[in-house]
Structure formats: structure tokens, C-alpha cells
Design a binder for this molecule. Sequence first.
Ligand code: ATP
Length: 254
Amino acid sequence: MTETAIPEDHPRYASLVTRHRIEAGVEKGITSKQGLIAQGRGEAFDYLLGERTLPSADAAARAAAAALLAADHPVVSVNGNVAALAPAETVELAEAVGADLEVNLFNHTDERVRRIADHLREHGADEVKGLAGDGEIPGLDHARGTVDADGIEAADVVVVPLEDGDRAAALDAMGKTEIVIDLNPGSRSPRTADIPIIDNLVRAVPNATAHARDLADAGTAELDAIVADFDADDALAAAEAAIREGSFAVDDPE
Ligand code: ATP
């Protein structure tokens, strides 16, 4: 079934559309096969969260927007799932906060980096980093630790949606302010993040952009206060509570 062939009134519409985008990403050579597995894990957690943005995730998206606007050199990292699921929205977020876009893959090949960069350009990006590979994240092997020296290596604030736990820890050890978008509050990467957004990427990215636009005229003191008020442990606990205490009956018409 193509994306347009899925009836909008289908009860699983949003989930089917995202699944189809990942499939199309694999066919287009921008998403890895492991990306399909990541998608399945994400869907399961989204189901348990009620496929909605929790108030705690909304607060995290606002804190993320504030941290990005206050940053000297923010970078939004893009992998194959991000490129397949929300290319235009990711380009818009980078534009709204003045961040660089860098393709950063767990299963790196130059060919896939090029394809993702082209895909982002088709969705409005100007410059896309990730091919220079002249920088490194210390503590990781070459394939996983290679980044651009004037991109992620030099960044003070990084958005790493759907990041692998080891890389999230290594970026944290570099002293970067790390924003992770992940549906699983128990996963290592959000637990390492300064600002974990426990939400579906397809909701979290446009939401962070909306907050960034809302905060466009805010001064440094206001931005810093929003970031300082955010508590990562509280946000993780709120998402875990929503999963453990949620009820499948909420949306049940019976
Ligand atoms: P970690 O190494 O951080 O412990 P993991 O092994 O649990 O991670 P992976 O399977 O490597 O996780 O990556 C998939 C992660 O991405 C899962 O935590 C999943 O919830 C998350 N994920 C998948 N799709 C989405 C999405 N659309 N939005 C947000 N998170 C997603």
C-alpha cells in the first residue's frame, strides 16, 4: 500500500504512514535494515504511551528549543530513520534554531551518507555535513566515531534523535549538551541526555520547531532559565509512569 492509499480514517493511520515511510527509506537506500527493527521498537513504545505527546515531553521540546537557540554551534544529527520519517521537518528545525545538519550513521557508508544528504536537499536543506569525516568522537571505533570536525565535533549542543547508547555516552563525555529524541524512556541514550524528549520523532521535531519560533525573541536569560528549570530525571520518570500506569481502555469505544 502506498502512503496515499492508506485511508485517513484508518484507526492505525499515523502508525501505518510512518511504517510505510521507513519501508520506502529502505527501498531508496537511505534507511538501513536495522532501521526497520528500530521502527518496530519505537512503535511498541508509542503504543504504550498512547501515541500522544505527554506534557513532560512538550516541556522537554521547549527546553530543547531554548538550548538550541542559546547555543554557539548547534548541530542536528540525521540518521536513516530520521531522514525517512521527517526530512522536511528536520530541515525546518535546523533553520529555526540556526543549526547545522550533519548526517551521522551507525552503519556508515559514504554512499548512504550521500543519499541522505541528497534527500535532505530535496526537502529544503542547503548545506549538509557528514561527508568530510575529518573529526572524531573519542572512545569509539573509527566507523562509529567519525564525524565532521566543523560539525558534531565542534558543536556545543547536539540533537541526536534515535541515537545508539554508546555514542550518546561518548558525546556526553565530550561535554556537549545532548538532546535525545527516543520513545523508550529506559533506553541508554535518553538516560544519558541532558534533555531527553520521550516522544515520537514525527511529533517531537515539529513541536520543538514551534517552540523555537515562539522563543525567537527571547533573551539569553530567559532561554537559560527554561533550560535550567528542565529536569531530565523527572521527564524520564513521567514517561515511565505513563507507560506503567496507562490504560488501553482510554481510546476504546466500548
Ligand atoms: P540504546 O543503545 O540507547 O539502549 P536501544 O538498543 O534500546 O538503544 P535501538 O534498537 O538501537 O535502541 O534503537 C531504536 C531506538 O529508537 C529505540 O529506543 C526506539 O524506541 C527508538 N525509536 C524508534 N523509532 C522512533 C521514533 N519514530 N521516534 C522516537 N524514537 C524512536
